[in-house]
Write a protein that binds this ligand. Structure first.
Ligand SMILES: Nc1ncnc2c1ncn2[C@@H]1O[C@H](COP(=O)(O)OP(=O)(O)OP(=O)(O)O)[C@@H](O)[C@H]1O
Length: 259
């Protein structure tokens, strides 16, 4: 793996019965980069994200994260290894407050064990203080301090999306996977989101991979882009290269004709 790649996806294949959702897909995310994953509906983007967050196990291929094979790790370790994620439809604990949702993210940074915590109360208390500190920091960073006690289900969709990103950031990931972060946001919110994602990379050094249909956001934000269609990689390169790639143009024209 190139020393500057945080993620290397190599020849990944996933099939569901007769449907091949990913077919020999390979690409890299440079460390400290913002990479985009694009493609028409059904191209395989979510399936790939589900492999990266270990919800699915590929039938073949390799996923190197920070130099180690991710597929050898148990699924529950992805957060502790340093992979954070948000979901297309927002997956928060709807009955909990903003603060408690973010605390859940911070907890994965300081894993606890009821047995050892019982005998090492001092350490458990120290971890609780750190979790509280990290939660405060994320509330402030994401501009959510004013709504910290509000139950998540009472908030507008755009704010819930920010809470979800704050929860992922509270686990201090090395790589953040954003699944359609602009979906459901208005024009102004999309502009703010672009600035926020850039800040997360610039100020926190977090590498980012985003799946997104909002082409203006992808093209203005990403350093590199991978395009999929029918489970296959059809193009990869800079935004300028991918935008004019004939296979990408044909895939999107085909998708718009079909819809
Ligand atoms: N759990 C599953 N069982 C069966 N088929 C699936 C499953 N998940 C995805 N697929 C199929 O795999 C293919 C890729 O789907 P996927 O959701 O990854 O595409 P996508 O690029 O994320 O699409 P969208 O932009 O609409 O979210 C599709 O043909 C889809 O129907």
């Amino acid at each position: 793996m190139a020393p500057d790649a945080i993620l290397k996806v190599q020849d990944v294949r996933v099939s569901f019965g007769g449907i091949v959702a990913l077919d020999q897909v390979s690409f890299e995310v440079p460390r400290g980069g913002i990479a985009g994953l694009i493609g028409p509906n059904g191209a395989g983007k979510t399936t790939l994200f589900n492999c990266l967050s270990r919800i699915y196990t590929p039938n073949a291929g390799s996923i190197l994260f920070d130099g180690s094979e991710l597929l050898n790790q148990p699924p529950h370790r992805t957060a502790t290894l340093g992979i954070g994620r948000t979901f297309q439809n927002v997956a928060l604990f709807n009955d909990l407050s903003v603060r408690d949702n973010i605390k859940v993210g911070a907890h994965s940074r300081f894993p606890s064990n009821i047995l050892s915590d019982t005998f090492r109360i001092g350490r458990a208390q120290q971890n609780e203080r750190r979790i509280g500190g990290l939660t405060d920091e994320m509330l402030d960073y994401m501009g959510l301090t004013g709504v910290q006690d509000i139950i998540v289900s009472d908030l507008p969709f755009g704010t819930r999306k920010r809470v979800e990103m704050a929860r992922a950031l509270a686990a201090e990931p090395k790589l953040l996977l954003l699944d359609e972060p602009a979906c459901g946001l208005n024009h102004e919110e999309v502009e703010q989101l672009g600035g926020l994602i850039r800040r997360v990379r610039d100020e926190r050094g977090i590498s980012i991979l985003l799946v997104e249909h909002h082409m203006h956001l992808v093209m203005s934000l990403c350093d590199s882009i991978v395009a999929l269609n029918f489970g296959r990689r059809i193009a990869a390169g800079t935004p300028e290269e991918v935008r004019v790639d004939p296979a990408v143009v044909a895939a999107y024209l085909g998708a718009s004709k079909a819809s």
